[in-house]
Design a protein around this ligand. Structure first.
Ligand code: PLP
Length: 481
């Protein structure tokens, strides 16, 4: 494809995406295909000679779209949002067009330096103080692909520190036992990180939560740490979950930090979803204690902050903990800039070497929305969730299972069977898409607001669909608790 052909097809692709976004509200949110349908629509071998891009474009409608669950749909309320603002999509396209690989400063200085500046902007917006700022050269931020990778990276640094900063094969081979701690509600990525680092699943302590708030009980954490110390196991990292996946619970980071400090444990804060809310002064409390105490923090702009997947921002208080654990310099990567010590090479800040120019999309979002626009987006998600919460509270058949957390409402109708049946019916109808969880052993639906295109009428339409499903499933009977 020549540059001129690219121009022509590029216009077609942008038109296609714009038409797709305009038509979202009329599509069923959840893909309706059966397993194997998409595979069956695609030839089992590649074409022998090249086809035109027009043929690829045509198949997007017939082959791909039916198998898409529309994450950008205004009534996608499942999981957490993965919102994708037009400004981020355009910048991501530019990143692909540049095709620059920013593994070290010298392979594209702009990829590193723009990332450093944008992460400093973001740290300022989150009110993190100076400890995590790239510009100061001690701590710093980096974009990772996902929060799961960021948490594993934090654990690698924590292990390096816990092992005395010498062993680079800790956990698996040094014969000692290391333990990590998080609430029973923390995301499974921590357990996975423990599995991958060789700490092992059996050395993850899942700490009890308060049944009302679903937040970690610091006294239970303290007891678990003491038991490990007595058994000769090394407490290595504690994760404070700020906005749990199930209910949006926020752990008491400040109280957890006291225990971590007393025992010299790395404190990692997983604020993958809720952290972005701290850009609004009225929601700053979610990150209470982070600026003073956290060793590392992860927040996902690819969830609620408009930046198309993947973009997970990760900060550390002490960058040498990362480079100490991860730095490796083969001959073919040696260069004058690295040796001058004046540049940062992000290859040392995460497990992989190669990296995309992801800062472009975050930069584009920050610049086109501005601070006020970003805050307006977060506030609109919270306001719409409040609207839904009021609808739930006004119907005596429904109950909030836990208090609303920012843009997440967790609720039930009658017993577990009815709750699940109502959710399945709404999802099957295509009107909206919700997911479920269990809270204190009881089934609940989750409605997570935060999409780019979601309007008040989308919340109302979804509530209407929930009511219709409930009425039809009850058939005039009263709800059973
Ligand atoms: N942490 C929390 C609190 C989450 O809710 C999620 C995903 O929903 C993750 C971590 C994992 O995020 P990622 O997909 O970026 O690895």
């Amino acid at each position: 494809m020549s540059p001129d052909e690219f121009r022509r097809h590029g216009h077609q692709v942008i038109d296609w995406i714009a038409d797709y976004w305009s038509s979202l509200a009329d599509r069923p949110v959840l893909s309706q295909v059966a397993p194997g349908d998409v595979r069956a629509a695609v030839p089992s071998s590649p074409p022998a000679s090249g086809e035109s891009f027009d043929a690829v474009l045509a198949d997007l409608d017939t082959v791909v779209l039916p198998g898409i669950t529309h994450w950008q749909h205004p009534r996608f309320f499942a999981y957490f949002p993965a919102n994708s603002a037009p400004a981020a999509v355009l910048a991501d396209l530019v990143s692909s067009g540049l095709g620059a690989q920013g593994m070290i400063w010298s392979t594209s200085p702009a990829a590193t330096e723009l990332e450093q500046v944008v992460l400093d902007w973001f740290a300022e917006l989150l009110d993190l103080g100076s400890a995590f700022r790239n510009a100061d050269g001690v701590g710093g931020g980096v974009i990772q692909d996902t929060a799961s990778t960021a948490t594993m990276t934090a654990l690698l640094a924590a292990l390096h520190r816990a092992s005395g900063g010498t062993a680079r094969d800790v956990g698996v081979q040094d014969g000692r036992r290391y333990a990590v701690y998080a609430s029973s509600q923390a995301h499974s990525s921590l357990v996975k990180a423990a599995m991958m680092t060789g700490i092992g699943e059996h050395n993850v302590r899942l700490i009890d939560v308060d049944p009302e708030s679903q937040a970690m009980l610091p006294e239970a954490l303290e007891a678990a740490v003491r038991a490990d110390v007595e058994a000769g196991i090394i407490p290595t990292m504690v994760l404070s979950a700020v906005g749990t996946t199930s209910t949006g619970a926020v752990d008491p980071t400040r109280a957890i930090a006291q225990i971590a400090t007393m025992h010299g444990i790395w404190l990692h804060v997983d604020a993958a979803w809720a952290g972005v809310a701290a850009i609004c002064p009225e929601h700053r409390d979610v990150l209470d204690g982070v600026a003073e105490y956290a060793d590392s923090l992860v927040v996902n702009p690819h969830k609620w902050l408009l930046t198309t997947f993947d973009c997970s921002t990760f900060w550390v208080r002490d960058r040498s903990a990362l480079t100490g654990a991860l730095s490796i310099l083969p001959e073919y990567l040696r260069n004058a800039a690295t040796e001058s010590g004046e540049v940062v090479d992000y290859r040392d800040w995460h497990p992989q070497l190669g990296r995309r120019f992801r800062a472009l999309k975050l930069w584009s979002v920050f610049r086109t929305y501005g601070v006020e626009g970003l805050r307006a987006h977060i506030r609109s998600g919270v306001t719409l969730a409040q609207r839904f919460e009021e609808l739930v509270q006004a119907d005596p058949r429904f109950s909030l299972v836990v208090p609303r957390s920012l843009g997440l409402v967790t609720f039930a109708v009658g017993d577990d069977e009815l709750t699940m049946a109502v959710m399945d019916e709404v999802n099957r109808s295509g009107t909206a898409y919700l997911t479920h969880t269990k809270v204190n052993g009881r089934a609940a639906m989750r409605l997570a607001v935060g999409g780019v295109w979601t309007q008040p009428e989308d919340v109302d339409t979804t509530w209407q669909a929930i009511q219709t499903a409930t009425d039809s499933l009850l058939g005039g009977r009263a709800v059973r608790e």
